[in-house]
Design a protein around this ligand. Structure first.
Ligand code: NI
Length: 173
């Protein structure tokens, strides 16, 4: 396993529609392991393949918050939403590709997702609360969409300008 560098917005690779995964190969298994390690290391609760520069439909998440609780790493390949609730939830979201920037985003409170697991089998589960928000945020990444795309233009541009500055300072350091 190894930690992969995380792309920082703005980056054209974060705006791309990702390709479905056709089969769970050893490369996909390695990618998933690396993504989980990268996410835990960051630390974050979710990470999508395009954030490490791989334009494939796969994301990982673990929204178990308590430090002492058992980890619950999940790998979702070719995920799709098959049902979502009318009821919504608003969370202050952040993103490992947009460090230190947070904003409230409203999304369906419950989503049912179907995906392929690392076992190559189809899985289905309903996610609630933070898990639902995280799953939708990560699925957005696979469609080239960031949480700031849910905000108004002014807020989005303000965050993007901050990120341009952040990247410039990081490159200089
Ligand atoms: Ni994100």
């Amino acid at each position: 396993m190894s930690i992969r560098p995380i792309l920082i917005h703005p980056d054209p690779r974060l705006k791309k529609l990702c390709e479905p995964v056709s089969a769970v190969t050893s490369d996909i298994g390695k990618l998933a392991e690396d993504m989980l390690e990268t996410m835990y290391d960051a630390p974050g609760v979710g990470l999508a393949a395009p954030q490490v520069g791989v334009l494939k439909r796969i994301f990982v998440m673990d929204c178990v918050k308590e430090d002492d609780a058992e980890k619950r790493p999940m790998v979702l390949i070719n995920p799709e939403i098959i049902a979502s609730s009318e009821e919504t939830n608003t969370y202050e979201e952040g993103c490992l590709s947009i460090p230190e920037q947070y904003a409230e985003v409203t999304r369906p409170k419950l989503v049912t997702m179907r995906w392929m697991g690392l076992d190559g089998k189809t899985h289905e589960d309903e996610f609630d609360a933070l898990w639902a928000t995280c799953a939708q945020h990560e699925l957005d990444h696979l469609n080239g969409k960031l949480f700031i795309d849910h905000l108004g233009a002014i807020k989005r541009q303000m965050i993007t300008r901050k990120m341009v500055k952040y990247k410039r300072e990081k490159a200089r350091a």
